[in-house]
Design a protein around this ligand. Structure first.
Ligand code: XIL
Length: 390
């Protein structure tokens, strides 16, 4: 009598459910506008996302810095439970940025980040470090640092080496440089005004003082302090596969040619329900993987209301979000060879904690859990993509 491979049967059964639910979702409308009547939004019962994959599956979490951030995960057992149940990695949403770690020159404040890292390690979560060098959320003293290029470089190296050494053995990867590329479409893009001169780099205080050299220097300093973890360049809007992605590839190839210790490309992926189109996203992943580096989705969230026209999140929008999350995670898993998959991280747990409403000025319902930490249909999109890839 043939022995039934129950694992295989379960897998096939799950896959056929996925195909059915995707076709249902596809019937759910695609305009993203107020629609879908008054049906309640389903609450899925996904047991554990992390159980479905071997790769890092991460989430950004809020933590305290004095009383500056109110929604500290360490004070919220309900949030901790969801993180531990579904994820195997965290990113500190803010407190490992330079303004919190080195608020005054030479004064490092480790206690907030240390508490968070300890909680993560106690709960079998790894930590993705974010971010060593970034023009934003820099302390004022750093932004206004008065010195020539040599002094600027020494000051930045000092920050990178102190931070990467402090967390050596505790983080499993770093975003070393964040957002160094320009959003201009070309050197004479009038929309970009003052950064045209620096194209394709962002006209940041870092660039103004050091030119593009700060990028290679940051990777070298990070490598000097911690040579055992993958070091990422991280940026947004590169999944549109436009001029910014072209610039990224040229930059990465240049760094590799100069033997700069860069190991990975981080796609932030703060995307919309309808932008970028999935073909662009796929080709961007493919091009990043073709560099031979690791590729990680570092900050995934998905705006369902990018133009602010919706006053509420409907059942139809929830199903549409499921489908879009499924497409994006599946595109990543299919286009990036498994040995180059640095993992997928979401930028926040619940819609209530998302940075997006502060950023866009309206609700966008971008994450996998609602304001009450209940699962949204979106989580099934991720579940389905992970199961299909098993
Ligand atoms: C955001 C945080 O989510 C907010 O709480 C903070 O006010 C601003 O920064 N790209 C990044 C992240 O690399 O660090 C940003 O995080 C979101 C955009």
């Amino acid at each position: 009598m043939p022995v039934l491979d129950t694992d295989l049967v379960t897998k096939l059964f799950r896959k056929s459910l996925i195909v059915m639910s995707l076709s249902l979702a596809a019937c759910g409308g695609s305009s993203g506008g107020d629609q879908g009547g008054d049906e309640p939004i389903r609450e899925p019962m996904v047991e554990s996302l992390k159980a479905l994959t071997d790769m890092p599956l991460g989430v950004a979490v809020p933590a305290a810095y004095y009383d500056y951030f109110s929604n500290d995960i360490l004070q919220r057992p309900d949030l901790q439970d969801v993180v531990v149940q579904h994820f195997n990695q965290i990113t500190a949403e803010n407190i490992m940025k330079s303004s919190y770690l080195q608020p005054a020159q030479g004064v490092f404040e480790w206690q907030w980040a240390d508490q968070l890292v300890q909680w993560a390690l106690d709960n079998n979560l790894t930590v993705h470090g974010h971010a060593l060098v970034w023009h934003s959320q820099m302390p004022t003293w750093m932004e206004q640092f008065d010195g020539d290029a040599g002094q600027w470089q020494a000051m930045l190296d000092d920050h990178v080496i102190n931070v990467a050494s402090h967390f050596n053995g505790k983080v499993v990867s770093w975003d070393v440089v964040n957002e160094a590329l320009s959003d201009c479409a070309s050197a004479n893009d009038s929309y970009c005004g003052d950064s045209a001169a620096t194209y394709p780099y962002r006209n940041s205080v870092l660039y103004q003082n050091l030119g593009a050299d700060f990028i290679a220097a940051a990777f070298r300093a990070a490598h000097q302090a911690d040579s055992s973890v993958p070091l990422y360049y991280n940026d947004y809007n590169i999944s549109a596969n436009g001029p910014k992605m072209d610039a990224l590839i040229i930059m990465v190839e240049g760094l590799l040619a100069d033997s700069v210790p860069i190991d990975g490309i981080g796609f932030q992926m703060h995307v919309d329900y309808n932008w970028p189109d999935i073909t662009s996203i796929r080709s961007a992943f493919r091009r990043a993987a073709a560099t031979g580096l690791l590729v990680k989705i570092t900050e995934l969230d998905l705006k369902m209301n990018p133009n602010g026209q919706n006053s509420r999140f409907t059942a139809a929008m929830a199903e549409q979000q499921l489908e879009r999350y499924q497409q994006i995670v599946a595109a990543y898993l299919e286009e990036v060879p498994s040995e180059q998959q640095g993992g997928v991280s979401f930028w926040g747990v619940s819609d209530a904690d998302s940075w997006i409403p502060h950023h866009t000025g309206h609700d966008d319902w971008p994450l996998l859990f609602d304001q009450d930490l209940k699962q949204k249909p979106a989580i099934e999109g991720v579940e389905q993509a992970l199961i299909t890839a098993q």
